[in-house]
Ligand binder design. Structure first.
Ligand code: CA
Length: 508
């Protein structure tokens, strides 16, 4: 089956095309309530978007979303891992509340069920008020999609080329690149949807997740570009926790590009440099096919008179290290890992050309925000808060700090369990299993997060205040430690990465 016939088949098979009479009856009628297209990518850090200032990658269609509405710079995930963050976007809850703590698998969380079908999401709530709902592309939660009239998703992580999909339970073999196939499914949904209801489409891409396999048309893109080395590329993690040096996230040790000649026998410096080139170029290449497919859907909205009354929101489930601190992957609380794009366009409801650099907004805020914009009251149990007033150009009183948490350990990458609190100026990070370790960064003076002040006596007062705030944020959201001392961290992986500098800890 080629892609074009697949579009027709899925589009027709899932809903049946609306009757011609129904189409005529509603032609030209704009629904009173806004349509919603929620676009999510996988592992896209904030600056991997042209509009956020990327010097190499051009993303005109992503940029057009923010340009037609608001681009937010202080938008973060509260857990930089795929499944927990996705569940937070859907439910408006922290990981410790919705219960999806990890991506599943491994000795500590083999019974992890994913998001339960009976857990309410903003999609369930919209559907209950008359929205026609769908998800296409990457779902990635262990459990089957729930709350959708239609769903066409990749099993698990999905494949980049000729992916399988599951359409309302039925397995299908697709042809083409995953991002184009996802775009086809989004258009099939839009073309075949009932015209008498507002719609909510979750349009979710596999890119730019591992293994970064570009569409053929972009395979040679950036071949002649030299990727700049991040300022902290040679960071040897001096003064940082042992937990960090044990994390198996060193870009020198990435196995992904062995087939391109990056052999473990090469010197460390050379491996690092080659892996950086391959990683960044392919990460950017797959984002080009995302941008194409964002453009296809924006063009459909325009051509069909849906532009004004459709909310288009663009974000990612977590960020990604591209060589900062000599790392790849995510999980840690450093900025490249937790800061993701947030672009929102809604011409009928929010002004264009806005940039918000002020408010700390979070993945848990998205569910209440979309409900608010759709005129549906967010339930009191949601822990996030609607940022619709900010999108409308108001400046409401807002949070001054947020809680971050990461639980998937021991597991792939061996990133220890950690949580922390971030304000505009400070970030306190706590690896809470024994031996406990702390990090403190002054984000105004040390944006690169290399100077750990947690054990500096002059900052003891700041540490004390942030520890109090961390505890407060946890208690407010129902996260309370069980009685007794914290558990001892289990062993994971090979131990300490040898090419980092072991540094004695400062005073407690
Ligand atoms: Ca992810």
């Amino acid at each position: 089956m080629n892609r074009r016939s697949a579009v027709k088949m899925i589009g027709g098979a899932l809903t049946g095309l609306p009757a011609a009479r129904s189409l005529l009856a509603h032609a030209g009628e704009a629904p009173a309530r806004p349509n919603i297209i929620f676009i999510m990518t996988d592992d896209q850090r904030q600056d991997a978007v042209g509009a956020y200032g990327n010097p190499i990658l051009k993303t005109p269609n992503m940029d057009a979303i923010g340009g037609g509405g608001m681009r937010m710079t202080e938008f973060f995930v509260t857990n930089s891992l795929c499944e927990p963050s996705r569940a937070s976007f859907l439910t408006g809850l922290y990981s410790h509340t919705h219960g999806v703590l990890t991506n599943g698998g491994g000795p500590d969380f083999s019974d992890h069920p994913g998001l339960r079908a009976d857990q309410q999401t903003f999609v369930h709530l919209l559907r209950a008020t008359g929205y026609h709902t769908a998800v296409v592309g990457k779902w990635h939660l262990q459990s089957e999609p729930s709350g959708f009239d239609q769903w066409v998703v990749f099993p698990g992580q999905g494949r980049y080329h000729d992916p399988e999909m599951i359409a309302n339970g039925a397995r299908l073999q697709m042809r083409g690149h995953a991002d184009d196939v996802t775009g086809d499914q989004a258009l099939a949904f839009l073309q075949s949807r009932p015209r008498d209801k507002p719609f909510c489409l979750l349009y979710q891409f596999k890119s730019p997740h591992r293994a970064w396999m570009p569409a053929a048309r972009y395979a040679q893109m950036f071949d002649d570009v030299v990727i700049p080395v991040p300022r902290t590329f040679e960071d040897r993690l001096a003064g940082r926790p042992e937990a960090l040096r044990k994390a198996e996230m060193a870009i020198a040790d990435m196995p992904d590009f062995a087939s391109r000649g990056v052999s473990p026998s090469l010197p460390v410096a050379e491996r690092k440099r080659l892996n950086l080139e391959h990683l960044v170029k392919n990460y950017y290449r797959v984002l080009l096919s995302v941008d194409d497919n964002v453009g296809r859907v924006l063009a459909y909205l325009k051509a069909n008179g849906l532009e004004a009354n459709t909310i288009v929101m663009y974000t990612s489930d977590n960020g990604f290290f591209l060589g900062e601190h000599g790392l790849f992957d995510k999980r840690l609380m450093y900025e490249p890992s937790i800061r993701v794009p947030m672009l929102v366009r809604y011409p009928a409801g929010i002004p264009a050309r806005q940039v918000d650099t002020t408010h700390l907004t979070l993945n848990i805020d998205v569910a209440p925000t979309l409900l608010d914009l759709a005129g549906v009251a967010a339930p009191a149990w949601m822990q996030g808060r609607s940022f619709a007033p900010i999108l409308r150009g108001q400046r409401p009183a807002w949070r001054d700090a947020f809680l971050y948490e990461h639980f998937e350990y021991p597991a792939e990458h061996c990133a220890g369990k950690n949580r922390g609190v971030r304000t505009k100026k400070w970030k306190l990070i706590h690896f809470w299993e024994q031996p406990e370790e702390w990090e403190l960064y002054d984000l105004e003076r040390d944006a690169d997060e290399t100077n750990n002040l947690a054990y500096d006596r002059r900052h003891a007062g700041v540490v004390r205040e942030l520890r109090r705030r961390l505890l407060e944020l946890r208690r407010e959201s129902g996260d309370v430690d069980p009685p007794g001392p914290p558990p001892v961290a289990k062993p994971c992986g090979k131990g300490v990465n040898t090419f980092y500098t072991p540094t004695p800890r400062g005073p407690e």
